[in-house]
Design a protein around this ligand. Structure first.
Ligand SMILES: [Zn+2]
Length: 410
């Protein structure tokens, strides 16, 4: 089934992706900020030495499969104060008794560190410390590389990120993250989207960061997502022409509706439907509605980015499972389906003008049709009205041709 990027359920899903991105950005800021604040009592000299040692050492996280007392941490630096500071970070691990890690000198890391500017170095050092709380050692080089699930799982492993003492807000967001990223058809019910936006806000609320700029920015973004819908603008010459024609058609439809005898119920409800549909086309084209305003082309770019993010996430989630397991196979199928969706999106991105308009009309028709069928349970009417829309599409194509002929003549 082709994907329909204009229906509400799809846009709910897209909002879910946006919400996750918003909270991820805020959490990344919170991580650097909190770790930095944690070292505020250390003297500048000691801190300088600690950071020098941090730059030339690499953290290797060792797998811990055996439960119980297996703490093995090695720190090659000979400074007593550096050891004490590392010890503080280790003890902030929620399972510090299981923690196994090793520090080893790395030649290329110090080269990299030299090339970074001060701000990059600052962020890089705290990321290195944060890696201590991640489950596995890997090649990530910045917080920004991490998926939201990595960010959350690592924060959950560090006592510094528990002002409220409960892991529940983390688990809730993690669960909803999977609902979004593993959605087979890129759809979500409105309830689920609102739940996600609410839970992400709750997680931020329990981190004791209400005074921070990044908190305020994230909350405003999440509220925007909750209150506003996507409003697509059609700015091409063709679509303006079509909208003008649809406006004319709406006047005719209004007249038609008021002239149909009240006792002719079927015709009356169909003419009402036509009125509603034309109204929706017009309001989605030249709208005074507020919301996430963008052109159709901009919208498609965002949709494609969200799908690419989903594909990347699934690829990442897949590798934790055994290749023969059902979970692995399910995610592998989902990954393939997402690749198909992305290809389809690429085709959609090449469509312009009238084709775009027909896409929207078809989606609106489907949406209106479903609503109607639900309300009165008459699928027959749905078929009839689809025919109506087809006629309208033909008419629009005819008008478009006519326009081309006229503009050529000029
Ligand atoms: Zn040292």
């Amino acid at each position: 089934m082709p994907i329909n990027i204009y229906i509400k359920e799809f846009q709910n899903w897209l909002k879910g992706v946006f919400g996750l991105n918003t909270i991820r950005t805020a959490l990344c800021e919170c991580i650097t900020d909190t770790l930095d604040a944690y070292l505020k009592d250390v003297s500048p000299q000691e801190l300088k030495q600690f950071f020098i040692c941090l730059d030339i050492n690499n953290i290797s996280k060792l797998k811990t499969k055996v439960k119980g007392r297996c703490r093995v941490w090695e720190w090659e630096c000979s400074h007593e104060r550096c050891n004490a500071l590392m010890g503080r970070f280790v003890h902030n691990h929620t399972h510090s008794y299981q923690l196994k890690y090793k520090w080893n000198k790395s030649s290329n890391i110090s080269d990299d560190a030299d090339r970074r500017n001060e701000h990059q170095k600052f962020k890089w050092r705290y990321f290195k410390l944060f890696k201590l709380y991640m489950h596995l050692d890997n090649n990530y080089t910045s917080l920004e590389d991490l998926d939201i699930s990595h960010v959350i799982k690592a924060m959950r492993n560090c006592k510094l990120f528990y002002p409220d003492g409960s892991a529940e807000p983390y688990d809730e967001v993690l669960k909803l993250r999977n609902t979004v990223m593993h959605s087979p058809n890129n759809t979500m019910e409105l309830d689920e989207t609102l739940k996600l936006l609410n839970k992400t806000r709750k997680l931020l609320d329990c981190l004791d960061i209400a005074e921070k700029t990044y908190y305020k920015k994230a909350i405003a973004e999440l509220q925007d997502l909750e209150r506003n819908d996507f409003v697509l603008k059609y700015r091409s010459e063709e679509s303006e022409f079509i909208i003008a024609k649809v406006l004319e058609a709406r006047i005719v439809a209004d007249e038609l509706h008021s002239n149909i005898e009240y006792n002719n119920q079927l015709c009356k409800s169909q003419s009402k439907r036509l009125q509603d549909m034309l109204e929706q086309i017009v309001s989605s084209g030249i709208t005074t509605k507020r919301g996430f305003e963008m052109t159709q082309a901009e919208y498609k770019v965002k949709v494609k980015q969200a799908m690419e993010q989903k594909r990347k996430t699934i690829a990442l989630d897949k590798i934790v499972f055994d290749e023969k397991s059902n979970d692995y196979k399910t995610l592998e199928n989902l990954e393939r389906k997402t690749e198909v969706d992305i290809k389809e999106m690429e085709v959609k991105m090449t469509r312009t003008g009238l084709e775009e308009m027909v896409d929207v009309i078809n989606s609106l028709n489907k949406e209106l049709g479903e609503k109607n069928a639900k309300e009165i349970g008459l699928k027959k009417k749905l078929k009839e009205s689809t025919k109506e829309i087809e006629n309208l599409n033909t008419k629009l194509e005819y008008l478009e041709q006519e326009r081309k002929v006229t503009s050529n003549a000029i």
